[in-house]
Design a protein around this ligand. Structure first.
Ligand code: B1M
Length: 232
């Protein structure tokens, strides 16, 4: 009830800081209500992402380096971001295309084996979905054989691999070489990204491209599978 009152008083200018603080507090139900409220007053998904979710994500990363924000706080905050992203996915009306389009290209995305970071990967998924790709999210700690099974099952145009840990960056190369060995990359491209990956590393690991952030990931996905005309 308290959360509902906090929602009802919001106008366009107040709503973004309110979403950010609800995320930092890890209050998922309030985040969902605020996102619903934003959509009711016709705030676009892109504006919510740019003005609330991305700043909140940056703030979580900053606070995690500080003295009074611990792993449980990070986890609660990240659940709230997930809740926000899922809520946004129920409002595809302001996007240019949707993954229900018959010509939607399929992209498989996963965080590589040994790594459970998924905030950045989830953002990449949602940006791709908002642009009309059909996204199959394999989650985190994805083993080479799981990528292979998904390739066989979904026949994607592109596979995205994310890695945030220096210790797991090598798993990108391991997974790519497993897929190549099994002849699964004849018509499928590979894109890599995440804090532990550089362009040079991605290319040396056998990826076709590297993207430093979610927006660039969409541009790269389009250029790798020759869809430059469907603009974000
Ligand atoms: Co961890 N963590 N963490 N962590 N964590 C980092 C990554 C770290 C840099 C923190 C630090 O020490 N300064 C460090 C890695 C150091 C290194 O190896 N170089 C680290 C560590 C060490 C660890 C543990 C080992 C800690 C421990 O237990 N001792 C452990 C590992 C667990 C595991 O994976 N096995 C761990 C655990 C965790 C939490 C569970 C607490 C939590 C993850 C929660 C979750 O994801 N559900 C967490 C978090 C939140 C972070 C930080 C604070 C934030 C990461 C994040 O979400 N950033 C991070 C420090 C930091 O980044 N300042 C840190 C925001 C996100 C939007 O950015 O993920 O970079 P990012 O994604 C961007 C781009 O990179 C890109 O687009 C995204 C959007 O712009 N991108 C792609 C990402 N994937 C892409 C894929 C693409 C294309 C672009 O194509 C496919």
């Amino acid at each position: 009830m308290k959360g509902v009152n906090r929602v009802m008083r919001k106008n366009r200018n107040e709503i973004f800081p309110s979403i950010i603080s609800a995320i930092i507090e890890g209050d998922s139900s309030l985040v969902i209500k605020l996102i619903e409220e934003s959509k009711k007053i016709n705030i676009s998904t892109k504006e919510i992402l740019d003005t609330a979710l991305l700043p909140a994500i940056r703030l979580i990363a900053e606070k995690f380096q500080g003295p009074d924000f611990y792993v449980p706080n990070v986890l609660l905050a990240t659940y709230s971001i997930k809740a926000a992203l899922i809520t946004l996915q129920t409002h595809p009306s302001d996007t240019l295309t949707t993954s229900k389009s018959p010509s939607a290209k399929t992209v498989i995305v996963g965080t590589v084996e040994g790594d459970i970071h998924d905030i950045g990967k989830n953002l990449v998924c949602i940006f791709l979905q908002l642009d009309g790709f059909k996204v199959i999210d394999l989650g985190v700690d994805v083993k080479p054989n799981q990528f292979a099974e998904a390739l066989n099952k979904y026949k994607p145009s592109l596979v995205g691999m994310s890695s945030l840990l220096t210790t797991t960056a090598g798993e990108v190369a391991t997974a790519i070489s497993f897929l190549k060995k099994n002849n699964l990359l004849q018509t499928t491209k590979i894109m890599a990204g995440g804090g532990a990956i550089t362009k040079a590393f991605a290319l040396s690991a056998g990826a076709d491209g590297y993207a430093p952030d979610a927006f660039s990931a969409v541009q790269l996905a389009k250029s790798l599978i020759c869809m430059e005309n469907t603009l974000f």
